[in-house]
Design a protein around this ligand. Structure first.
Ligand code: ASP
Length: 320
């Protein structure tokens, strides 16, 4: 995939015929994509972020209709958000307590249950793409810190210096946020990706749920795919993404019931802030949050892209 922001979608979905031919998925009619731009803790309005999300989801929907692979779609959405500088991920990541950016990201595909993650990276342009390199070009699943960063650069991850990041100032403890995307493609494959700058004034070296499989990301073609945002320590301790998948797999809960149980009921009762988005194997999208709102949006083969922050759609329409 090309390194660069504005052209990323055009390249991935329109100008790269070889990549597309290799990944062409058109066995089924059904597809779905859902994305988030972070859970929020106080009333906020941000038309710019919602517009960016709608544009990304509209392009992703067109790409999926043409047979793009779920991995390309979720990576491209998350890269677009990382490059936009509007979200707490990539270029817009907030700084830690020592005043520098440290980011985490993950990607997982549900066909072979492969995953890749990076954590505490300080000089990587697109952490989600570095995570994909770990998944596809290494025998490992998680690379951390300076030595992990040197390794992902050796795999081809694009490097940047600290001046690249737009938030080279102080952060506050209330600042946080994450971006994520999940998609079901027309081959029936599901992938999920998540990327974050973590929490403001976090201790250097602190890692949250975002790069942890089963906490901030999970995908299994037999069940669904999930991406999280919120208080990372809680998502790790409760293995939220995997717990939701297990509820669906073993307890036969619907994706709506499973996400509601963990996010609204469990996190809500703990007064913890967090959210999860997901797509099940039938192409049904669900989202839920505990907090003031969630930057979210989705599109399916049946529904054009919609986005919302507070009120608004939380799930795709039932399929017939
Ligand atoms: N989950 C992220 C973390 O704990 C932060 C967030 O999503 O707001 O690093």
């Amino acid at each position: 995939m090309i390194r660069g922001s504005a052209a990323a979608f055009a390249f991935a979905f329109a100008i790269a015929p070889q990549a597309q031919a290799a990944d062409q998925c058109d066995a089924h009619k059904t597809f779905a994509v859902v994305a988030h731009g972070g859970v929020i803790s106080k009333p906020t309005e941000d038309a710019g972020r919602l517009a960016a999300m709608k544009a990304a989801l509209t392009k992703a929907r067109a790409a999926l209709a043409k047979g793009a692979s779920t991995l390309d779609v979720v990576e491209t959405i998350v890269r677009t958000f990382e490059d936009s500088s509007m979200f707490n991920a990539g270029k817009g990541a907030i700084v830690n307590a020592a005043g520098f950016v440290e980011v985490d990201a993950s990607i997982m595909e549900g066909h072979d249950l492969r995953s890749g993650s990076v954590a505490s990276m300080t000089g990587i342009k697109n952490p989600v793409s570095a995570a994909r390199l770990v998944m596809e070009k290494s025998p490992h699943v998680l690379m951390v810190g300076d030595r992990g960063e040197a390794y992902v650069k050796s795999l081809g991850a694009a490097a940047v210096t600290s001046s690249y990041f737009v938030n080279n100032k102080k952060s506050s403890a209330a600042e946080h946020g994450t971006v994520g995307a999940v998609a079901l493609d027309r081959c029936g494959h599901i992938a999920a990706a998540t990327s974050t700058g973590g929490f403001g004034v976090k201790v250097p070296g602190r890692v949250g749920d975002t790069p942890i499989v089963g906490a901030g990301v999970y995908a299994n073609d037999e069940v669904g795919g999930f991406s999280a945002t919120g208080h990372g320590e809680i998502f790790i301790r409760l293995s939220i993404a995997k717990d939701v998948a297990d509820r669906m797999h073993y307890a036969h809960q619907s994706i709506d019931e499973a996400i509601y149980a963990d996010i609204k009921q469990k996190l809500g009762a703990m007064k913890e802030e967090g959210a999860l988005i997901g797509v099940d194997r039938e192409g049904h999208v669900a989202t839920a949050w505990s907090g003031d709102g969630l930057f979210r949006g989705f599109a399916t083969d049946e529904e054009a892209a919609v986005v919302a922050l507070h009120e608004g759609p939380t799930a795709s329409k039932p399929r017939h």
